[in-house]
Design a protein around this ligand. Structure first.
Ligand SMILES: [Zn+2]
Length: 57
């Protein structure tokens, strides 16, 4: 899981760079987040879902 902080070369505004939450098991998780501070909690929440799925077995 990593959210790229690289600037999109095709985006004229660096603030509009999309941060995708990507999971190795589920590929893209949710939608693109245009703010890193929004993408990070989303990634953390998804990881918690993984942990909950493991412990429920
Ligand atoms: Zn996942």
């Amino acid at each position: 899981m990593k959210s790229s902080g690289k600037r999109d070369l095709y985006s004229p505004c660096p603030g509009m760079t999309a941060f995708a939450v990507v999971c190795s098991e589920h590929d893209d998780v949710g939608s693109l987040h245009h703010v890193r501070t929004v993408a990070q909690p989303a990634a953390t929440a998804h990881r918690d879902e993984h942990r909950a799925a493991l412990t429920s077995r």
